[in-house]
Ligand binder design. Structure first.
Ligand code: ZN
Length: 242
């Protein structure tokens, strides 16, 4: 199967549409959480996702906060405002869609979580120390995560001493090897100083993974954010990709 693996859409419909068009025909779509928060299109993104074939979707921390499963006081003031705006904007049906998302899914030998195998919703895997620790909690050879908004790959070698970190180049394919944690990056709010939307394509038979980036009309999203009176800092950061 050709599977779209993507994360952190953050209510950015324009970026999501660009990813779907660029990815082309897929057999399944695995979304690793944070469908909402920050962006202006939470209802539209949740509805668009449901058109995708064999969709699997994991709960992210912003989704959990929107559902009041996580106290919004745990977020910085601007992210908290975006969560409150999202709570007031989402319709009942789309809130219900978020409310049934699992924190973790295992598909054959692949674990899907938003944060990490140790803390599925909340932990950021930003360094090799935490990534190495994470492998102790992983029940499958492979794990796909989101949450940091940075495309990355961690691999724990046979000696299990310390994970190695790789920053991928877009368009470059790689073969999956056991004890890998992969992050496809963020669709709607990249944070690696590359403002293009990020995603990955998995071929689960060939065991191959490819990272991709795609340009989208950032200004149109910024205009909708301004109209919704969302945080100026969040509007600005989309252009710079941080
Ligand atoms: Zn996120």
């Amino acid at each position: 199967m050709r599977i779209l693996v993507f994360s952190d859409i953050h209510a950015n419909l324009t970026a999501l549409e660009a990813v779907l068009e660029n990815a082309g025909c897929v057999d399944a779509a695995w979304c690793l959480g944070d469908l909402v928060g920050y962006g202006p299109d939470p209802n539209e993104c949740i509805e668009r996702l449901q058109d995708l074939p064999n969709l699997e979707c994991i709960l992210g921390n912003h989704d959990a906060a929107t559902l009041k499963q996580i106290d919004s006081a745990m977020f910085n003031p601007e992210a908290r405002n975006a969560i409150h705006w999202t709570q007031n904007t989402l319709n009942a049906e789309n809130l219900k869609f978020l409310s049934i998302l699992p924190q973790k899914m295992i598909y054959n030998d692949i674990t899907l979580v938003h944060g990490s195998p140790r803390q599925p919703v909340w932990e950021y895997l930003l360094d090799v120390y935490n990534a190495t620790k994470s492998f102790e909690y992983l029940e499958t050879p492979y794990c796909f995560v989101g949450h940091t908004h940075i495309p990355i790959l961690y691999h724990l070698a046979d000696d299990r001493n310390s994970a190695k970190l790789y920053i991928p180049k877009p368009g470059k394919g790689l073969s999956l090897q056991p004890r890998m944690i992969l992050n496809p990056g963020s669709v709607g709010q990249p944070r690696d100083r590359d403002p293009r939307a990020a995603y990955a394509i998995l071929d689960d038979q060939a065991r191959s993974w490819e990272f991709y980036r795609v340009e989208y009309d950032i200004q149109s999203v910024q205009r909708r954010m301004e109209a919704a009176r969302l945080s100026p800092r969040h509007i600005q950061r989309l252009s710079a990709g941080w």
